[in-house]
Design a protein around this ligand. Structure first.
Ligand code: SIN
Length: 407
């Protein structure tokens, strides 16, 4: 498969994928049908922002839902700074991409009696349209994608390979039009820089939450792809639109742990420490207002009261159902001595999602020929100023597919 014979540290593939989240792996699977693919990932292949996504994937699947409604919710949450054409493409292609995940065997949650996908609700959505695997959707998606990637003879995954810079014709001083040719990559185990070349390079390194002290993101979310794209001359946009998730766990023993918005979708109520359900004062959708509204409301309450956190109250909900629906959250909380069936969950807003990134057209093409971007690394125009909940894996899948279709 790979030609590694020219030099020990030079690897050549048809496609080079930098990042192993849902965008990178879905693209890899598709382009591997007609060429060799290297997937580079700076830690283990499962570690990505996708892996930590709890809530789900927004897609129009319910009988009462419509594309127009999902489009309207996306644009409203994005403060009308979205690209409407991109929103339409993403929403309309969502069900097909979801069908692909189903055919890969992703263990989504079904409604017990009806045998249909269970659809949950999150902030800013006017319908139940979030397909999920309990509260560990990202992990379920990653497990299926990784299995398919591992089984594919044309894909080689390079773990502990940290891309540090892109190689372009211009940067090499070569004549003629610019083009991305590959990347210089730190092999972390052997502690040396290696060269990976590809006819096409996809940046899919996720977001940049770790530029903030308090974030829901894992340690790997350091914005490498966006920085590499910038240094290689790609256009970048909307980096000022960093989304804060309203409910990250506030606990000295917890690092970056999200309390999924689906908790509020299933009836959780935000309260100040003296018990007031304050969201009614801020928005008619109360706890299910778009997440920028909820995050700002919490921040305002913390400043007004001088409290260190607010509480997310689930204690009025049916205890067994809570444990069944949110096993990941429940397990984590119990490990910290918090029983959400009986106690409120201490939460604060934290940096969650980079709405900006490397500018792409609606096939993932950046302004540098040969360089594509998808997932949180990219700025497609879907999110505007503020991403609608659970539109992120949707965007990754739709644009990974579209980018693969022109590769
Ligand atoms: C969550 O589960 O609340 C996060 C979902 C998302 O960020 O889209």
């Amino acid at each position: 498969m790979a030609s590694t014979d020219r030099q020990l540290d030079e690897h050549s593939f048809d496609s080079l994928v930098i990042g192993s989240g849902s965008a990178g792996l879905m693209y890899a699977l598709k382009v591997a049908e007609h060429g060799t693919v290297a997937v580079l990932t700076k830690r283990g292949k499962v570690e990505s922002n996708t892996r930590w996504a709890q809530g789900g994937i927004a897609a129009v699947m319910g009988a009462h839902d419509s594309f127009e409604s999902h489009i309207a919710d996306t644009i409203k949450a994005g403060d009308v700074l979205n690209n409407p054409e991109v929103v339409r493409v993403c929403v309309e292609e969502g069900p097909d991409r979801l069908a692909e995940l189903l055919s890969l065997g992703v263990s989504f949650t079904y409604r017990e009696q009806e045998g249909q996908l269970d659809l949950t609700r999150e902030g800013g959505h006017s319908e139940r349209r979030i397909v999920h695997a309990k509260d560990m959707t990202g992990l379920a998606v990653m497990e299926s994608l990784i299995q398919a990637v591992d089984e594919h003879p044309n894909i080689a995954v390079f773990e502990d390979h940290h891309a540090v810079d892109l190689i372009t014709r211009l940067r090499l001083g070569l004549p003629g039009p610019d083009r991305c040719l590959g990347a210089y990559v730190l092999n972390r185990k052997l502690r040396r820089i290696e060269t990976f070349v590809g006819k096409v390079v996809l940046l899919a390194t996720g977001g940049a939450g770790k530029v903030y002290r308090y974030t829901s993101n894992p340690d790997i979310a350091t914005g490498d792809g966006i920085a590499m794209g910038w240094r290689a001359g790609a256009d970048i946009a909307n980096m000022e639109f960093f989304q804060f998730h309203p409910t990250c766990l506030y606990h000295p023993g917890a690092k970056n742990f999200l309390i999924t918005e689906a908790c509020r979708g299933e009836g959780g109520i935000l309260r100040t420490l003296d018990g007031e359900a304050f969201m009614a004062r801020y928005h008619p959708q109360k706890d299910l207002a778009p997440r920028d509204v909820v995050a700002r409301a919490i921040d305002a309450e913390l400043k007004r009261l001088g409290d260190p956190h607010v509480n997310l109250d689930m204690t009025h909900l049916e205890p067994d159902e809570l444990v069944d629906r949110f096993p990941g959250v429940h397990g984590k909380l119990m490990s910290l001595g918090i029983d959400m069936r009986r106690q409120p969950i201490p939460v604060v807003p934290a940096a969650h999602y980079c709405c900006g990134g490397v500018c792409t057209d609606d096939f993932g093409r950046t302004s540098v020929p040969g360089l594509l971007a998808a997932g949180e690394t990219a700025h497609t125009g879907l999110h505007g100023a503020n991403r609608l909940a659970s539109n992120s894996i949707l965007e990754s899948l739709v644009f990974a597919h579209r980018a693969a279709s022109i590769t």
